[in-house]
Design a binder for this molecule. Structure first.
Ligand code: ASP
Ligand code: MG
Length: 416
């Protein structure tokens, strides 16, 4: 008998019919002899609606009260699922984050989980119940309700699985992690197994299946994570086998990933804007005078390129999240005398495409192939960044889909 955490996202619990469908998945696992904890999101769209109320109430709202309001969607779905399970003859009870308790830092709206004492959940299991836990929520050291940031119920689920020493199945509206967005590349393939590190890169580079933090947590605590569809029939024969084969995508340790591809997936983000700081002195301290004030303003800078000219001046170009562009320009204008630049150019019609794969560590020429493929399509590269297992390029947004399709073929990822 195994311990299992099942997490269901907003579209999977969007109405009572779907909650009943979720309950059937849960019942199947209970009947297979598992001890089950379920973590649920709010109904699809609910959290956005609640955030809207808060923003309308005051532009300068108290973050603790924000958490009080926006955490409520999960309270509703956890209670409803417990009721529906009971109705099907499966003993169950709901838990708010504070009742478990899911202890977090006091950083409202972006809290981090610090501890989950498992005793209450274990006792409830001993009494034969399914534990249905409201995702996204926790309790601060001051005893206030906190939330974990948007998409945080993935993180709740992984943290609960780590605390209970369980495996974790994330049920969502897609049947796994794909080599790239199937809406852009119709030949995108479901990935059977992917390493934590690759998943982490893909999630932070823009793939939206899992909250980045949840993958980080799974990696640290070695929680086996499976992403699968809640729309598969609950009694379908597609169940998880002892050897780890099964539906969806298994996110696991690198040495459990068998088929090794050089590039495993392609991620993209349209959430990019570019700033060029024109003609700054090419001398020590200039980069610090630009990026120091941006960091102080909490603006995260991603790709950085410096071109040096012969007359002792340089252009420094970098990217920021699109919604931070205006603030970034304000900060730089304010610091203009300090930095001593001639002018600023900005563009928000840029996008980032990234190839990710642990195979890059041991294969040469992976980046070169990316650049060649893009040049053959006439796509100009504005900036490049790399890490051990990824290469990202910044391009004109108009070429984004073309670029992704070309790369997907070039690295042999197209489905047959
Ligand atoms: N309901 C929250 C959100 O929409 C948390 C989650 O669904 O993961 O961000
Ligand atoms: Mg989600």
């Amino acid at each position: 008998m195994g311990r299992l955490v099942m997490k269901f996202g907003g579209t999977s619990v969007a109405d009572l019919d779907r909650i009943r469908n979720v309950a059937r998945h849960v019942k199947r696992e209970v009947e297979a002899g598992h001890q089950v904890a379920v973590v649920v999101s709010a109904m699809a769209g609910k959290t956005d609606e609640l955030v809207g109320y808060v923003e309308d109430a005051s532009p300068d709202y108290d973050r603790a009260e924000y958490d009080m309001v926006v955490s409520s969607g999960e309270q509703v779905t956890s209670g409803l699922l417990a009721i529906v399970l009971q109705e099907m003859g499966v003993p169950a009870r709901s838990w708010c984050g504070w009742q478990v308790p899911i202890r977090t830092t006091g950083m409202h709206a972006a809290a981090r989980i610090s501890a989950i004492p498992p005793e209450n959940l274990l006792k409830s299991w001993d009494e034969g119940r399914v534990n249905v836990i409201a995702g996204f929520q926790g309790i601060s050291p001051e005893g206030r309700i906190t939330t974990l940031g948007r998409g945080g119920s993935d993180t709740s689920a992984v943290a609960v699985a780590a605390a209970l020493n369980a495996r974790c199945d994330i049920y969502t509206d897609v049947d796994g992690v794909y080599t790239t967005d199937p809406r852009i590349v119709s030949k995108a393939r479901r990935i059977e197994r992917i390493s934590y590190e690759e998943m982490l890169e893909l999630a932070s580079l823009g793939a939206k299946v899992l909250q980045t933090r949840s993958v980080e947590l799974a990696m640290v605590h070695k929680v086996p994570l499976r992403v699968r569809s809640s729309f598969d029939a609950p009694d379908s024969p597609l169940q998880v086998m002892e050897d780890g084969r099964g539906p969806g995508t298994l996110v696991c340790d690198e040495d459990e990933v068998m088929e090794e591809q050089v590039v495993t997936g392609i991620a993209y983000s349209r959430d990019e804007a570019q700033v060029a700081v024109r003609r700054v002195k090419d001398k020590p301290g200039i980069a610090a005078s630009i990026f120091g004030p941006l960091a102080e303003a909490g603006i995260s800078v991603d790709m950085i390129v410096q071109n040096v000219s012969t007359d002792g001046f340089a252009n420094i170009t970098f990217t920021v999240p699109r919604k931070e562009l205006r603030r970034a320009v304000e900060v730089l204008e304010r610091e203009k005398i300090n930095i001593g630049f001639e002018g600023l150019d900005t563009a928000d019609n840029v996008a980032k495409v990234s190839i990710v794969g642990i195979g890059m560590r041991s294969h040469a020429g992976v980046a070169a192939k990316m650049f060649r493929t893009l040049s053959e399509k006439g796509v100009n590269i504005e900036a490049i960044t790399t890490s051990e297992i990824k290469v990202s390029v910044l391009i004109d947004e108009a070429w984004l889909e073309l670029a992704i399709r070309a790369l997907h073929s070039a690295y042999g990822l197209d489905a047959a």
